[in-house]
Design a protein. Structure first.
Length: 173
């Protein structure tokens, strides 16, 4: 007997996706198995490790805790959606500051970083470490991840300043 399937409509990395899914399918498995977005890693399926972190409606969530049908209508960004043509500031900063070693937790850490960078609160070592509390990383000791997130903020601020200067020059003449 075939399982009942339900339609879901999602916007994933800027693309509208319509699929039928089984009601018990976890979002992480839908992303990986149905959409081939394998950058989102599966570590535990129990919300313990954070390797499956994505942005769901601009919130950092562990995709192993949500059924695909529960995400119907949502806007999702996975690590593949950070940038298409060049490195996102988070990716650049993780590379510069060696914010990865084995790489298994890196997609989740990068998505947490992307979430933090979109918040209005100032980024301190303490606030970053607090957010990283839900991420299990056995290799880095977290220090380089904290440095990478702070560096990503610097890159974004530098880019914003360059854009401001370009706009100011173009309005002068």
């Amino acid at each position: 007997m075939a399982s009942e399937r339900f339609p879901v409509t999602l916007t994933i990395n800027g693309q509208k996706i319509v699929r039928d899914v089984e009601p018990r399918t976890l979002l992480v498995h839908f992303l990986r198995d149905d959409l081939d977005l394998t950058g989102t890693h599966v570590g535990c399926d129990t919300s313990q490790c954070g390797t499956c972190t994505i942005l769901l409606n601009n919130q950092a969530v562990k995709s192993c805790t949500i059924l695909a049908v529960q995400a119907d209508g949502a806007e999702i960004v996975t690590v593949e959606g950070l940038e298409q043509d060049h490195l996102h500031p988070v990716q650049q900063a993780f590379w510069e500051k060696h914010g990865l070693q084995c790489g298994f937790c890196t997609p989740g850490a990068m998505m947490l970083a992307a979430y933090l960078l979109n918040q209005s609160e100032p980024l301190t070592d303490e606030s970053i470490r607090h957010q990283l509390d839900g991420l299990l990383c056995r290799c880095t000791g977290y220090e380089n991840i904290v440095r990478a997130i702070k560096r990503a903020k610097e890159i974004i601020d530098e880019h914003d300043e360059e854009r401001f200067q370009e706009t100011a020059q173009s309005t002068r003449g």
